[in-house]
Design a binder for this molecule. Structure first.
Ligand SMILES: [Fe+2]
Length: 341
């Protein structure tokens, strides 16, 4: 079969494809191009009747070297042109099964992206490789828009969480900023303990909302300076359950409701609301418990002044391995130190 007959055989096939396609011989000479290639070439001001057929693709790419340096992109950029030429040569020499590269190809009015793929064509006498340029511009635009939308949604989500945290803390002015400080501490301890970025995100989110159950408790009770009645005491102790119930309806990719429900549980079973012990308390809740105690004790409250840093560390070390997770206490103490900052 001679070259013309081979091209005739391939022509209807490549004309049926939407990518811009050129067929190369062993030297890299273009022996055929498809209809999409011709349309693209004409739309971009190429008036040559042969549309590149008969020209050597590799020679065209190599010639980029001789061009004046300019603000070139895509295949007009010397580096990219060399890379593509190496890829085509490797495919023609059977060193590669396929070569692919994405490159920018801007028109005067539009930013465009193309995917160039070079694939060998075995078993032919003349045609040795197919070079296709696929227009990725629309796909890239959708990707960019999706990324921007996702980033906007993530920012709104984060702002909504902050707003809820502020609403909770408005009930008692002395707890302003508590959940955020606990969240920062949790992230630092979690990082120290080797939690993955994904688990850290869940832990931080749970920490920012951990006292959301206070929304159901009258602020007079939260800010009460005197003794609480039994019923008031009970309602305070129910806030982890209340919070978990509020959050359980949200389909978070993390066990936020469980972490919130368990943040006042203690390893030895002395916590509330369930009196869970040991491994029944998830690691995130054990971290949150220690960070919560540290920030609460070192902060001023209506009913008491702040404990000293030293007293707080004594409480945590005293309960290390009993009320509090040993590794969590060690990580926190390593971060904040044992003496007053
Ligand atoms: Fe709490």
């Amino acid at each position: 079969m001679d070259a013309d007959r081979e091209v005739l055989r391939f022509q209807p096939l490549i004309d049926a494809l939407s990518a811009h396609i050129a067929l190369l011989d062993a030297d890299g000479t273009m022996v055929a191009v498809n209809a999409a290639w011709k349309r693209f070439s004409e739309a971009n001001g190429n008036r040559q009747a042969h549309h590149g057929i008969g020209l050597n693709y590799l020679a065209l790419l190599d010639a980029m070297d001789d061009m004046e340096p300019r603000d070139a992109k895509g295949l007009d950029d010397v580096e990219t042109a060399h890379r593509v030429a190496r890829g085509i040569r490797a495919v023609l020499a059977s060193e590669l099964d396929r070569y692919q590269i994405e490159y920018p190809c801007d028109s005067p009015t539009e930013s465009r992206w193309f995917l160039l793929t070079v694939t060998p064509i075995p078993g032919c006498e003349v045609i040795r490789a197919i070079v296709s340029h696929e227009d990725l511009t629309a796909l890239r635009a959708v990707e960019t828009e999706t990324l921007q939308r996702t980033a906007r949604l993530a920012a709104s989500f984060s702002e909504a969480i902050d707003a809820i945290a502020r609403a909770v803390e408005k009930r008692d002015p002395h707890t302003a900023g508590h959940q955020h400080k606990v969240a920062s501490l949790c992230e630092a301890v979690g990082l120290e303990l080797g939690l993955t970025q994904d688990r850290l995100r869940g832990l931080s989110l749970a920490a920012k909302l951990h006292d959301i159950g206070y929304l159901g408790i009258p602020s007079e009770v939260l800010t009460n300076r005197g003794r609480l009645t039994e019923a008031e005491e009970r309602s305070i102790q129910e806030h982890p359950d209340e919070g978990a119930d509020i959050l359980a309806e949200i389909d978070f990719p993390w066990p936020i409701a469980d972490i919130v429900r368990q943040h006042h549980e203690r390893l030895d079973g002395s916590g509330y609301p369930r009196g869970l012990s040991g491994e029944a308390i998830c690691l995130e809740a054990r971290i949150l418990a220690v960070a919560d105690v540290f920030d609460a004790m070192t902060s001023h409250r209506t009913y008491r002044s702040a404990h000293t840093h030293g007293d707080t560390i004594d409480e945590l070390l005293g309960g290390r391995g009993q009320r509090y997770d040993r590794r969590v206490v060690d990580a926190l103490v390593a971060l904040v130190g044992t003496s007053d900052p």
